[in-house]
Design a protein around this ligand. Structure first.
Ligand SMILES: [Ca+2]
Ligand SMILES: [Ca+2]
Ligand SMILES: [Ca+2]
Length: 260
């Protein structure tokens, strides 16, 4: 009998662990054409787009110009390979190097929800015209923030990942990347832009202290009764707050379930 109870206890823990994994959401990328794979430019070449162009699917070119570059394009001994897929975009364009140049996309968002934006900045050094590069980001028309990749090899693009979190203040949020490099730098490389909503890291942990315990009961109860911003009250893997969510929440507390 003792052994059976031990097994049951272990099974319960295993069930909670599996349930937690099942609930953990995989969010889709909200950015359209974040890897700049459309339209397809000539292999080994590029296409330059003037300000106002919407030819880069999902994006509007701002400022003077921006280019979509093939990952097999070479110049000054540098192979400008893409970080993701076959293409990337050079916010510096091909002639202007204007700091007003870049690409913008408007994304549908939920007011008050938290989003994570990630992207890669590419750097190289060569020809007296390519230097370690900066991409500036402006969220919803806010101040530009520069993201600098200091590592610029002489034979290839080096790509550096950046991630930014923000809270949406409108039903649409504009995401604008600008050429943030110096005027003598023909490089402001951007690829693999992704934006996802940050959902609850630990269902049931209503006060986000990393623990599921009695301190979460009041907020959970409020969610069940009144609703509202209750992502962390979703316990059963099915959308909507129901009795099934209460059952799982109570079971988690009784089993002293832990956060991932
Ligand atoms: Ca790409
Ligand atoms: Ca808690
Ligand atoms: Ca539910």
């Amino acid at each position: 009998m003792f052994n059976i109870r031990v097994c049951e206890a272990r099974l319960a823990v295993a069930c909670v662990a599996v349930l937690t994994l099942a609930v953990a959401p995989v969010e889709a990328n909200l950015i359209v054409n974040g890897s700049f794979e459309v339209p397809i430019v000539p292999s080994g070449g590029y296409i330059n787009y003037a300000g106002g162009s919407t030819a880069i699917t999902g994006w509007t070119v701002v400022g003077v110009d921006s280019s979509v570059i093939s990952g097999t394009f070479t110049q000054s001994g540098i192979v400008f390979q893409a970080q993701n897929g076959n293409q990337w975009t050079d916010l510096a364009g091909i002639t202007s190097n204007s700091s007003t140049s870049g690409v913008r996309q408007n994304v549908a968002t939920t007011i008050g929800a938290v989003y994570q934006l990630s992207f890669y900045v590419g750097s190289a050094t060569g020809g007296g015209i390519f230097f370690p590069a900066t991409v500036d980001l402006s969220i919803d028309g806010g101040a530009r923030v520069g993201y600098f990749n200091p590592t610029g090899p002489s034979n290839m693009l080096n790509w550096k990942l950046f991630t930014v979190q923000f809270t949406a203040t409108g039903s649409t949020t504009s995401i604008t990347f600008f050429n943030g490099s110096a005027a003598n730098n023909y490089l402001s490389a951007l690829d693999n832009v992704s934006m996802t909503e940050v959902l609850c890291a630990c269902p049931g942990d209503m006060n986000a202290d990393g623990l599921k315990n009695g301190g979460d009961i009041q907020q959970f109860t409020n969610c069940i009764i009144f609703g509202g911003g209750c992502t962390c009250a979703e316990m059963d893997g099915a959308a909507g707050l129901t009795h099934a969510d209460v059952t799982v929440f109570v079971a988690d507390l009784l089993n002293a379930a832990t956060c991932p």
